[in-house]
Ligand binder design. Structure first.
Ligand code: ZN
Length: 210
């Protein structure tokens, strides 16, 4: 039925040739050589679940930025630490390249990545031709390696082990938001499939509602 839409592509992992085609409900394409999942069938219910996860990620990102992650106490001097506190203190100590790196990788790029993903999923869930949904798709694809919240969470743990030798560390609620954000953004990205979402968007734009 979809033979005319078949085209040959290469597996990104092992370069084996496979025949790409439009999938039916519940189907997925798996590379017969290396076992990589090449394409997955998307329907509205799957988009709705991922949309809910990404909404949760955005709430966690907001909360992680307004609540302190740790309180650090060195001989009676206590300091409450937000993500931005680290960025600002690096900046004022003259480590501005590092300050910019932390700002972009822990605040700006995750925000841009998750907002683009949220917008894209909204367009897919509601099956509306929202302006810029193709740009949002390319943005999510390009920024995926830059959502470094899981790395940030591990780095915070490592830093705390070191700081613990200098003073007293008290974990605050912000750390929980960072941990939930790191896990939920990993789950959300497992459901991102550029080719399949592009196909779905093209279908909405071809015969969508609005
Ligand atoms: Zn393969």
């Amino acid at each position: 039925m979809n033979a005319s839409l078949q085209q040959y592509k290469n597996c990104p992992d092992c370069s084996a040739t496979y025949s790409d085609r439009v999938l039916n409900c519940g189907e997925e394409l798996i590379c017969s050589c290396c076992g990589k999942r090449l394409k997955k069938y998307y329907d509205v219910s799957l988009f709705q679940k991922v949309w809910a996860i990404v909404t949760m990620c955005l709430i966690c990102l907001f909360m992680a930025n307004i609540t302190p992650i740790i309180i650090f106490d060195v001989s009676g001097n206590t300091q409450s630490n937000l993500i931005i506190t680290g960025v600002l203190s690096l900046w004022f100590q003259g480590y501005w390249p590092l300050a910019l790196l932390v700002f972009f990788s822990a605040i700006f790029l995750p925000l841009l990545h998750l907002s683009s993903f949220w917008y894209l999923l909204g367009s897919c869930c509601l099956q509306k031709r929202w302006k810029g949904s193709f740009i949002a798709l390319r943005c999510v694809n390009a920024l995926a390696p830059w959502n470094l919240m899981p790395v940030f969470a591990v780095a915070t743990m490592a830093a705390v082990v070191k700081l613990d030798q200098l003073g007293t560390i008290e974990w605050k609620i912000g750390a929980l938001w960072v941990a939930v954000l790191a896990l939920s953004s990993l789950v959300a990205m497992r459901h991102f499939d550029y080719g399949a979402i592009l196909e779905y968007l093209e279908r909405i734009h071809r015969d969508g509602t609005k």
